[in-house]
Design a protein around this ligand. Structure first.
Ligand SMILES: Nc1ncnc2c1ncn2[C@@H]1O[C@H](COP(=O)(O)OP(=O)(O)OP(=O)(O)O)[C@@H](O)[C@H]1O
Ligand SMILES: [Mg+2]
Length: 419
């Protein structure tokens, strides 16, 4: 047996004694499944008052442990749902929880937070936490979250498999397509890079249209979505991989799946940064590549997407206003401490006869262009037909440029996985 405590089943009879006053709140068996359910429920919280509140909210037999170290020492081979209280929100605790979940496919975690910040939500979801609930809880809220997590245990994947209903382990590569200039070609790049990634890698690609007011990914791919980001947000507390997948619409000829933007611009205000982060994390848990299209300005949603992305495809057109705005956008990203290594400059209409040469633009932006997309009539034609250019004009220079970028990203993604 391995020495790694994370990979050891833990039926140890004395773990409650070893732990920090671990106790059972009800029922003769430690962590007995609620209502005959499949999983033991364990509340992990150092503050006894808060622990009691959480035990009460669980509405059934639970075990209480004071911290995640005690949880590590106490795991058994039985399926376990750990309710991590607000004392477990530090990065150190979440790192332990992450290893625990990765090593034990029958363990699920839920996090209770006093303050639900974008950063905490992102860290928690990355640590494999199934859901994060803000305190104080509403009546029945925790019960419902437990029931949903418990339902996912039925279809729990074998270790190493990538079923969407399992913990968030797939870790697809996320790229946000952004520009601080409207009309620069973001949506053209987002839709076409998604199709190129799907065609070249044969892997699963999801596009999320985070241009919440005027998103046109669905139109550019001639799709009539039944669900949009609004549905995902309306169900955010119980949204898991399977429910997320049910909200996607497939682009038949490429297999790319899309979560469309709201049909009404007015819905945009209802969607927050943390909600979008949760949606993108779910997308990353079911897909190999996630492409996020954005509006031409910074907001909480865009910043959240940029922050969690592996790549930011910064799209700039070849004219002075474009370059000026993109420069300001880059300065903003620097101020926000965005690692500039993940910013990849895409120059659109790079052959335009506008007396700007590529070297000049690169010097101004202090970034080397990684993709040069020529100006070509095939693009507006493709947009108007709803057939993306990589499909409607496969031999065009535009397609070659986009396929080149896709190949580069696929190569890097494979390298990162094998590292
Ligand atoms: N390389 C190109 N060659 C010719 N036309 C192009 C090219 N790239 C984009 N276009 C045209 O520019 C228009 C705007 O592109 P797109 O909608 O992708 O920009 P956007 O940045 O997403 O705009 P918005 O900020 O409004 O969302 C498209 O309808 C397309 O016809
Ligand atoms: Mg757009």
């Amino acid at each position: 047996m391995s020495d790694d405590p994370f990979s050891q089943p833990f039926d140890s009879p004395d773990f409650f004694d070893r732990s920090f006053g671990g106790s059972e709140s009800s029922g003769p068996d430690s962590g007995a499944p609620i209502g005959g359910g499949k999983a033991s429920i364990v509340v992990v919280e150092s503050d006894p008052t808060m622990a009691a509140i959480l035990v009460d909210a669980c509405g059934g037999p639970t075990t209480t442990l004071p911290d995640v170290d005690a949880l590590v020492n106490s795991l058994s081979s039985q399926a376990t749902i750990a309710i991590l209280g607000p004392s477990c929100t530090e990065p150190r605790h979440l790192a332990i929880a992450e290893r625990l979940v990765a090593a034990n496919p029958n363990v699920r975690t839920l996090l209770m937070a006093q303050e639900l910040s974008t950063a905490l939500l992102r860290q928690a979801l990355r640590a494999g936490v199934r859901d994060v609930l803000a305190l104080p809880l509403e009546p029945g809220q925790l019960d419902e979250a437990i029931a949903l997590v418990e339902a996912s245990i039925d279809d729990a994947p074998a270790p190493g498999s990538s079923s969407s209903s399992g913990p968030l382990l797939r870790r697809g590569r996320v790229m946000t397509v952004f520009s601080t200039k409207g009309g620069s070609g973001k949506s053209v790049v987002a839709t076409n890079i998604a199709i190129a990634l799907a065609q070249e890698s044969g892997q699963r690609v999801v596009v999320i249209d985070a241009d919440l007011q005027f998103g046109d990914v669905a139109v550019m791919m001639k799709l009539s979505p039944r669900h949009t980001v609004v549905d995902a947000v309306a169900n955010i507390d119980r949204l898991d991989g399977a429910m997320f997948e049910s909200m996607l619409i497939e682009h038949p000829s490429s297999g790319v799946e899309v979560l469309a933007a709201p049909l009404e611009p007015a819905f945009a205000d209802q969607i927050s940064g943390p909600e979008m982060i949760k949606i993108v994390e779910l997308a990353r848990s079911v897909a190999d590549f996630v492409v996020v299209d954005t509006p031409a300005y910074f907001n909480d949603v865009v910043l959240g997407c940029i922050e969690m992305s592996d790549d930011v495809l910064l799209v700039a057109g070849m004219d002075i206003p474009n370059i000026k705005n993109v420069k300001i956008g880059l300065q903003t990203l620097r101020l926000l401490n965005t690692p500039l290594e993940k910013v990849r400059l895409v120059l659109n209409r790079s052959d335009s006869k506008v007396k700007l040469d590529i070297g000049e633009v690169e010097r101004t932006l202090k970034l080397q262009a990684e993709c040069l997309i020529p100006s070509d009539i095939v693009v507006p034609v493709a947009v108007n037909r709803g057939t993306p250019v990589v499909q409607s004009a496969p031999r065009s220079g535009v397609t070659r440029a986009i396929e080149g970028l896709a190949a580069q990203i696929i190569g890097e993604s494979q390298q990162a996985k094998s590292a």
